[in-house]
Design a protein. Structure first.
Length: 408
C-alpha cells in the first residue's frame, strides 16, 4: 500500500480508478453510512465533484446513493444535505405513527386473517410510509442525476428492487451508456430515469411497507431477491468498490440458559438482518475467489482484472445503541413493538434498530460511522488517491471469515 499524507486538510488528487459506492439496505441503520461518508468528505477537502463514478444502493442505501449522485457537481453540498436530513429525523418523517392509524392498520390485518379475507379491502402493509414519499419529493433533486451524467462526473446510479411477478432482482440504472443493459439468472439491469417511485419500491419491505408499482410490475424491497449486490456496479465499469455495511459481523453467541422461544419481533428482526446483509457477504466471498483466480493468470491473456474492495462495518453492536434510544419511539409504535415481543436485546432489538428513525439514535450512528472511518483514514485516502492499494481492506475478523467462507 502506498503511504499517503494523513493530514485531513492536505491537498489530494483522485486516482484514475473507477470507484463505486455500494450501500446495502438497513432502515434507520443507514445513518451509519452517512457518518462514514461525512468522514470521507473531510478527508477529500479539495475534491469538489463526486469521488465515486458509480453509485449502487438498496433500500435505505438507495436513498443515500441517490442523494449523492444527484449532487455529483458538489459532493460536499450533497453530504451536507444528506447529513441534515439524518440528523433531524423523526419516525413520522418515514411512516405514520398516530395512534389511530396504527390501531386501524393492526385491526385491519386481524380482521382479514379472522375472516379469511372474504370481507372488505385487503390490507397492503402494517405501516403507511407516505411521509417518506413526501420527504423524498421535497429533498431529492432527481434532475441532478442527469446533469452529473451529461457532465461526465459520474457513470451511473443503480437502484435495486425485487419484482413480485417475475421473482427477479431488478437493477434500475441511469447511466451514460444505456446499452449496458444485462440479464442473468433472476437478475436484470433495466435502463431507467430514476424517480421517487424507484426509491419507494426499493424500500418496500414486504408486509411492513406497501408494494410500489413501477411500469407494469409491483416491486418489493431490493434486498429480497438480491443475490449479487456487487455485480451491477461492475457492469457499469467499476474496478474499485467501497462497501459500507450496517452490521458489525461479530459472532452473536447466546448461552443455552438464555435461550427462549423467538418472539415475533425477534423473527422479524432476524429476517431483516438476513435480507439486508447476508447476500452481500456471499457475493464478496465469490468476488474474492474470482480475484484469486485472475491473479494466477497472465494479465496479457485475460482482459478481466481483479477488483479492489474496501469494506467498512460498525465497530459496535448497533442493537445496543438502539436499545438506549428505544424510548424515543412514539407511544403507538412502542405498543406495537411490545406486542410483537421486541422488548430487549435478545427478543427484538434488531427490529427496533431498523425502524428507529429518531434523531438521537441516527446522530449516534452518524458519530459511530465517522469515528470508524477516521480510524482508517490512511487506507481511505489510499482508496481514493492511490493507483495501487491492498486488494481487500476490511476488519481482520471479516477477512478471516470471508477467506474461510464463514459470512455467506
Amino acid at each position: 500500500m502506498s503511504q499517503t499524507n494523513s493530514n485531513p486538510k492536505a491537498s489530494r488528487q483522485l486516482s484514475s480508478q473507477s470507484r463505486a459506492l455500494i450501500l446495502p439496505g438497513g432502515g434507520a441503520r443507514a445513518a451509519y453510512q452517512v457518518g462514514v461518508l461525512k468522514a470521507i468528505a473531510e478527508l477529500l477537502p479539495d475534491v469538489q465533484t463526486s469521488p465515486f463514478r458509480v453509485y449502487s444502493g438498496t433500500s435505505a442505501g438507495a436513498i443515500n446513493s441517490t442523494v449523492l449522485a444527484s449532487h455529483a457537481m458538489d459532493f460536499h453540498q450533497g453530504m451536507q444535505n444528506l447529513e441534515a436530513v439524518w440528523n433531524n429525523f423523526k419516525v413520522n418523517h418515514v411512516y405514520k405513527t398516530n395512534t389511530m392509524t396504527v390501531i386501524k392498520n393492526t385491526a385491519h390485518w386481524l380482521w382479514t386473517i379472522l375472516s379469511a379475507g372474504r370481507f372488505g379491502k385487503k390490507p397492503t402493509s402494517l405501516l403507511d410510509n407516505q411521509p417518506l414519499r413526501e420527504l423524498l419529493q421535497k429533498q431529492v433533486n432527481f434532475s441532478g442525476i442527469e446533469q452529473g451524467l451529461q457532465q461526465q462526473l459520474i457513470d451511473g446510479l443503480i437502484i435495486v428492487c425485487s419484482a413480485y411477478s417475475t421473482a427477479q432482482s431488478v437493477n434500475f440504472f441511469q447511466a451514460r451508456d444505456t446499452q449496458n443493459a444485462w440479464q442473468r439468472f433472476r437478475r436484470v439491469g433495466v435502463p431507467s430515469r430514476i424517480e421517487v417511485e424507484h426509491l419507494m419500491a426499493s424500500v418496500a419491505i414486504p408486509y411492513v411497507f406497501p408494494a410500489v408499482q413501477v411500469g407494469e410490475q409491483y416491486y418489493a424491497d431490493g434486498a429480497v431477491r438480491q443475490a449479487k449486490p456487487l455485480s451491477a456496479a461492475l457492469h457499469l465499469g467499476a474496478n474499485r468498490l467501497m462497501v459500507i455495511g450496517v452490521r458489525d459481523e461479530k459472532p452473536n453467541y447466546i448461552s443455552t440458559q438464555d435461550q427462549v422461544y423467538p418472539s415475533l419481533g425477534k423473527v422479524a428482526g432476524y429476517i431483516l438482518d438476513t435480507l439486508f446483509m447476508d447476500g452481500l457477504f456471499t457475493d464478496l466471498e465469490h468476488l474474492l475467489h474470482v480475484n484469486r483466480l485472475l491473479e494466477n493468470f497472465d494479465s496479457n491473456l485475460v482482459p478481466e482484472k481483479p477488483v479492489d474492495v474496501h469494506i467498512i462495518v460498525p465497530s459496535s453492536d448497533i442493537r445496543d445503541i438502539a436499545l438506549k434510544h428505544q424510548h424515543r419511539l412514539p407511544r403507538s409504535v412502542r405498543i406495537f413493538m411490545a406486542g410483537a415481543g421486541a422488548r430487549d436485546k435478545i427478543s427484538g432489538s434488531q427490529l427496533v434498530s431498523y425502524l428507529l428513525f429518531e434523531q438521537d439514535y441516527t446522530r449516534d450512528l452518524i458519530s459511530l460511522g465517522y469515528c470508524d472511518a477516521m480510524e482508517q483514514k490512511d487506507a481511505l485516502i489510499d482508496f481514493f488517491c492511490s493507483e495501487t492499494i491492498t486488494r481487500l481492506e476490511a476488519p481482520q475478523r471479516i477477512k478471516d471469515q470471508l477467506q474461510a467462507g464463514g459470512l455467506g
